[in-house]
Write a new protein. Sequence first.
Length: 1043
Amino acid sequence: MLGGFIVDRDGSPVQAREWRLRKARTLVKLLALAPDQRMHRDVLLETLWPGRAPAPATNNLHQALHMARRALAGDGPHAGLLELHDDVVALRAGEPVDVDVTHFERLAEAARSGGDPADLRAAVAAYAGDLLPEDRFEEWAVQRRDELRELLGEVLVDLAARTDRPGEALAALQRALAMNPRHEGAVRGLMRHLAAAGRGPEALARYERLRDDLRTDYGSDPDPETRRLYRNLLTGRSDGDQRTVPRHNLVPALTSFVGREREIADVHRLLTQGGLLTLTGVGGAGKTRLAEEAARRLLGDQPDGVWFADLARVGDPRLVAGAVAAALGLDPAAGPDPLRTLTGRLARARLLLILDNCEHLLAACAELAAAIRRACPGVTLLATSREPLHAPGEVTFRVPSLEVPGPGDLGAEMPPSMRLFLDRAHDVRPEFALDEGNAAAVAEICRRLDGMPLAIELAAARMSHLEAVEIAERLHEALTLLGRRGPLTRHATLRATLEWSHALLDADEQILLRRLAVFAGGFSLPSAERVCAGGPLPRDEILDCLGRLADKSLVQIERSGDRSRYRLLETIRQLARERLAEAGEADLFDAAHCRHFLQLALDSDPDRASGIVAERPQALDVEHDNLRAALGWALRHDPGQALLLGVSLWRFWLARGHFVEGADWLERVLAVAPETSPERAPALFALAILEARRGCSDRLPHLGDAALAAAERSGPPDAVARARLMRGVLLAGVGELDEVERVAQDALTSGGDPPVTATAHWLAALAALFREDVPAAGRRFGACLRQLRLADPAAAPFLPVVTYCLPLVPAGDSVVPVFEESWLLGRRVGAVQGHAYALSALGYVRRLAGDLPGALETVGRAAGEFARIDDAAGLAHALNHLGCAERDARRFDEAARHLREALRLRERLGDRRGENLTLANLGLLSAAAGDPGEGRRLTWTALDRSEAVDDGPGAGGALLNLAVVEMFAGARDSARILAEQAAESFEPQGYLRLVAWTRLLAAELARDDGDKQALGRHGRAAERLFRRLGCRIGLVRAGELPL
């Protein structure tokens, strides 16, 4: 498996001809790599024959099993080989088959744990090469191959650190860096090696190269340990005494940790016994703080750190995996299976992961924990919940109360509960001291609160204006109100404490606290002022009242940049929510919350701007939880507002890569919203664009028809005209170019104001460009530019931005398709920005005509216009286009400068898809300039990132670009495989022109390889599509193939 697929049968390799079926070989490979060498039948069917109906797929599986048994057994008995039992296929019943992958992993893990150089050398020697290089593009092999390479890199770095042979250390580090030039552990090792050899300037230069690479490619710096080593080498200090600081996201404790030494020891002991420990107990028992402190003391034992995921704000079980990914610093975009993506990322990690506040997401957290335990053996899970997760293998530990003094027991040693009270009382009243006059009262408070940490902290917060005796008296009265006799349960104790704390508030504080319960995930001061004011609580008193609640520990303050945000602890929010309902204010203030965040969404919606349209999704990032809560409330109580909110948020979801979540919200609001709403047509168009980004183009015609019908039912004439044209845009994406031209001509014949006629010419020009009709496209774009100059520059946005995403570019002796830009950007702009976009589109026409100087001049003018009006998104688009045109003109330095500036702008805007496309274009540039290795790295990064957010067209485009990178490198065999994969990726998405050109590229590469069968298959498919679309250049090229 390592270095290639070889099966040893009785001392001799199984010959290739013995397999008969390629799927039989693949079946054995899958089982050899599977846990316990077993896989469920359904998983095999989906992997080997995706999308195939169950009956024929099952027949195929039985045939593959039969052929694989014959190959493995030869003339010997088949018994025990590849048996299918209870829907599970086992490679061999009884004892497992020896697999070199498993052998290497076992040696590597043992060597890394023991640290013996001899063992590390043995592990390195066991790595005979990359996993299954012949399957380097198979999805099921890619992740495992990368994991094994990563593990080898770690072994090499460990060997370099442990060996006493400088030459061996250097060779190990160089090999690790050859596999991953940005492996920071290897870079640090090389820096130390160079410094020890007296080559300090080279060590510093190696750091600077790493820093520059990370900043250029990712906008980040090396990690703290690497930066510290650099500083030490720079100043001449030795780093030998510098301890490694593992990575983590634990927030520094703002208050002291009191007691719990025995509990921490118990937690550490239980964590070593199993992979999942859940701390249980009621709210306020101190579960979170105990988990944090126990984890903090394990930082030095976790090679990949300690990570804390707060799930209290996650209301939807489907978002759990994304929230955990975000806590780990991974991309939270969901993708088709966020849990699988997360476990894939953690497969080789060795870390401690804390899942905090799981009680409202038990099933989702149990599923997450089970998946991580199956796929990620190096990850230890520590959960906190009011009840067990009931996950397989879970160990639970009920967090006890703090020890309290017995009646009359005030000995010399103060119990932890009293120490906690005293410590927190000092925070609000530094002069407070325990003495004979107050010790009994403090002891009584701790006893009556049953040693509950949160309750004690809340009671101590009252020391700012009450004496301990007064607190004890009032607490007793509050507990009596519960109406219980006998011992109080912890839950009742905590409730009593919270209710007592609430009762001590002034009337305006009580009002504000209950109204703040409508917020999800925190809030700003302006939001609190706008949502919570009313009646006896005027707006100008909110600030002072909020400050008093914060002083009394009922509101938490979170600093974020130059702004403060606030939030309620979950237990306090729940009590406040009850009080809001009891006051009869729940509907009133939920509605106020929804109105406020609807207005925020409306104000941030680029489609509702006038004049120059700016893209500012950052304004909504911090309020995403509140926007979700507002949408949820509106769905239940005001479907019209829900529809308006969804329509106002789709551009945000698009910019942030939340394609799946955004489409789900729009589907839900459309299901309940009034049929006659004027927002229905925009919502359907928004859903279509999100679906297009996911590669679900089969829905575009239906959604376009539905949107037009909705506009005709409820919209004014100009809205109907825009809907007809927008429907044409959607049809252009699926290749219905005849209908697109008819829509455009009907609009021009009907007449209309300049925005309508400009859009009609724009649509007709795009159809001509997609047909590769250069003269017609040039005329149409010229007419569009003239109409845009006549339009009111202050008008609302009207022009849908579409680009020629698949231009033809020079690659050696060929002209090949590449994926440079989104075809449907999802922007609507006015006359001024539209004029710049039309110039950029005209640049595509001139590139297609072979007029590179004219294209550079036109696109440069577009960039200048975008810069003059300060449209960062438009400027990034134009610079991306300009850099690609300069690459075609072999002006590589200028191309790199413009593409990097485009990347910087898109990173600043948070345009994640734009970042991926620009990264891929930088990859094409590197390959064209003679560095195919860097070209591959950048383009693979773009592919990984596109797949992570379920961006179907982006992933297919990255595969196509990888094929062109391989052509630049002269690796035409790899280029052909990638072109075929790109076509297979585009085909189910329904983007016919993309399929046609990738099929043609695969056909031309097959022709060069002498593969007549593949040439015929791909060439005829391309010709049929080009004929259907009317693509002039494509038809000529297809006609030149010897079919």
